[in-house]
Ligand binder design. Sequence first.
Ligand code: SAH
Length: 353
Amino acid sequence: MTALRDILLRRIALDGPMSVAEYMTLCLLHPEHGYYTTRDPLGARGDFTTAPEISQMFGEMLGLWVAQVWMDQGAPAPFTLAELGPGRGTLMADALRATRSVPGFHEALRLHLVEASPVLRAAQAAALGGFAPVFHDSPVDLPDQPLFLIANEFFDALPVRQFQRKGLGWAERMVGATDGRLVMGLAPPAPLTALDHRMRDTVEDQIVETCAPARPVIEAIAQRIAAHGGAALIVDYGDWRSRGDTLQALRQHAYDDPLAHPGRADLTAHVDFEALALAAAPLRAAPLTPQGVFLERLGMSARADALAQGLSGARLESHIAAYRRLTHPQEMGQLFKVLGLAPVSAPELPGLA
Ligand code: SAH
C-alpha cells in the first residue's frame, strides 16, 4: 500500500470518484509522492527511455533544425531557445554542441527551460550550466522575444480526461474505489458541446480523450511566435486525432495497469495533434510528419555513417540499433510524429514540407 494510494482512496471516500485527469495529475505531480516530483524516471535503471537518451543524433538533428529555421528567419538576436520538459537535458546539450559553429547562434540565444520536476531541474542545470538556463513552471512566463521551442515527449505527460460515447452524450471515465482498491468506472452520460465534432468519427462506446492543459501551453507559445517570430517543434506519440483509450503506464520498462502503482509508474496518453494545431492559431501547422521521415529528410543517415566510421564491435552494433530504433517504422519512426508551428509569413520549415 503506497502513501499516494492511501491519499487517493481517502479523497475518493470524501469527494467521490475523480476524473482520469485528476488521477494523472496527482500521480505525476503530487508535491510529495508524485512520479516526476520524486525521481529521475529515464534510462536503464528508470522506467522508460526517450529518443535523446537513445542516441546523440536525435538532439543534434533537432539543434540543426532550430539553427536552420533561425537563419531562415533572418537570425534574430537576442532570441529565446526554449524546451518543454527537458528530462536530463540531454537533447539540449546535444543540440547546443551540434550548433557550436553556426555563426552568431550561441551569442544570440537565451536558454529557457520549462520543467516541473525539482529532480530533473537539477540534472538539467548540471548538463547545461554553461548556458545559464532560466527555469519556469509554465511557458506563460517566457520572455516576449523571438521564440524557438522544442518539446519531446512533453505533451504526452499532460493529463487527459476520457469520455465514452453513449447515444447522443458522453460518459466520463472516473477513478473510484471498491474494497480498498482503485477501479475505473463511468459517470452518467451527458451532452458535451466540446465533443460535437467527434460525433461524426466515433461509434457507440468508443472512447475519446481531451487534454485541457495543452491549450494554454500552446497559446502562450503561439502568441510569442506570432508577435516576434520563431517556431515550435513538437515530437510525441499520437496522431492527428486521438481515438480510443490511450492511457498507458510504464514501470521498469514494462507496461503496467495504470491504477496499479500510483506515483510509482509513468502515466502518459497519446497526443491529439489536431487539438494542438487548432490551439496554435494564427500560426501555420506544417503537415504532421512521422519522426523517421523527418529525421531522414534532415540527413540523419549521413550523420549516422559519419559516427559509424569511428566505431567497431559492440559499440558499432549499438549505434546501428539506435539509428534503427529512432527511424524504423516498426520502432519509433512511425508512432512518433513531428508537428512544426511557425508564422504564416515564415519560410517553410525544413523536413516538414
Ligand atoms: N524531453 C525529455 C523528457 C521527457 S519526460 C526527453 O525526451 O528525454 C517528460 C518531461 O516533462 C520531464 O522532464 C517531466 O518532468 C516534464 N513534465 C511533465 N509534466 C510537466 C508539467 N506539467 N510541467 C512541466 N514539466 C513537466
